[in-house]
Design a protein around this ligand. Structure first.
Ligand SMILES: [Zn+2]
Ligand SMILES: [Zn+2]
Length: 343
């Protein structure tokens, strides 16, 4: 079944403005099934607040290992790895704890307008990570502020200001996928930064708003309010890339489906690695009429407008889908599936 939630947020345990209580209330009010906060270099809330269900929202704590560059999201660890270690070592520490690791905003542009430097991933080669944060809300929004005019527009209509995942990040994802499955997630990176003072203060972004933007729609085998079962189910699904992610502000991507039909009638789902000859058709279904694109190894194989797209795969490759919606006469990035890997 499909659950919807948010990953990557900061509270007062690091540089966020909100308390954990405030943030989890915002997630519950937004109707999220889960929320994973990832404060910089600390897992203190794990012991001081504790994980569990708050209403119908599962609240989990990961952390973001945050040296000046090479930020790593660590989910499911007991102890946040030491950011003063070389990146491969803090990643290996997380892996040894059984945690999931995602390269955070790997092609962050910094904030040109505020001369904030880029927090990109630079430590190549790097091995053994679970996946990549493909779309980071804060990074996308702030990386395109080029002047006062664009900043004012972006504050007025933040959803329209999102440019989508960095093309370099999508390329990286497609390239990595040729040798192994690499889970892709979207992250909010919400801090609720306040700029200026009331009554002229601007907030980038408040928690309740952020919880309605970039969300992850995850397929889990079952979901009930038992944290002992729900947490491993969610983490296992994220590890396997059984999710799509979307900008909820443009439209709810619940029910979006991308799967392969095998010769034996069994479906292949996102994150699966299957022998190429075994899949006779790939099917994409959208809950809203949209611009649908099916890509193979980063190249568009087919695109159409509507709610469904089906085609026969053309040999081995990394197959995934991108969906766009038209708003105000513009085509905007909306939803992205994880790949199905045909080998
Ligand atoms: Zn970061
Ligand atoms: Zn962050």
């Amino acid at each position: 079944m499909e659950i919807v939630g948010a990953i990557h947020g900061h509270s007062r345990y690091s540089d966020g403005r909100g308390t954990v209580e405030e943030i989890r209330r915002a997630a519950a009010d937004a109707g999220l099934d889960f929320l994973i906060l990832t404060d910089h270099d600390t897992l203190l809330p794990l012991t001081e607040v504790g994980e569990g269900f708050f209403g119908s929202t599962l609240m989990l704590f990961g952390c973001e290992v945050s040296p000046p560059t090479n930020h790593l999201l660590v989910l499911g660890a007991e102890r946040c790895p030491d950011r003063s270690l070389p990146p491969q070592e803090y990643l290996d520490d997380a892996t040894a704890q059984g945690a999931l690791t995602f390269l955070a905003h790997p092609h962050d542009r910094g904030v040109p307008l505020a001369r904030i430097p880029s927090y990109r991933w630079e430590a190549w080669p790097i091995e053994g990570f679970t996946g990549v944060e493909i779309w980071n809300h804060l990074s996308d929004w702030s990386g395109h502020l080029m002047g006062l005019g664009s900043a004012i527009r972006a504050l007025r209509e933040p959803a329209l200001a999102l440019a989508g995942p960095e093309p370099e990040t999508l390329r990286l994802w497609d390239d990595l996928g040729r040798s192994r499955p690499v889970a892709g997630i979207a992250g909010l990176d919400v801090h609720d930064v306040q700029i200026g003072r009331p009554p002229f203060a601007a907030h980038i972004f408040r928690y309740p708003y952020a919880m309605r933007t970039l969300l992850c729609y995850v397929d889990v085998p079952a979901w009930n309010r038992d944290p002992a079962a729900a947490k491993p189910a969610l983490l296992a699904a994220l590890r396997r890339g059984r999710l799509h992610f979307a900008n909820r502000e443009l439209g709810d991507a619940r029910g979006l489906a991308f799967h392969g039909l095998r010769q034996d009638g069994e479906p292949a789902t996102m994150g699966d690695e299957v022998r190429a000859g075994e899949v006779r058709e790939l099917r994409l279904k959208s809950p809203i009429a949209a611009e649908l694109r099916l890509l193979k190894d980063g190249e568009i194989l087919e695109e159409t407008r509507g709610e469904e797209l089906a085609l026969a795969p053309t040999g081995p490759g990394v197959y995934r889908a991108e969906l766009r919606l038209r708003r105000n006469g513009r085509s905007l990035p909306w939803a992205f599936t994880n790949p199905i890997y045909l080998r």
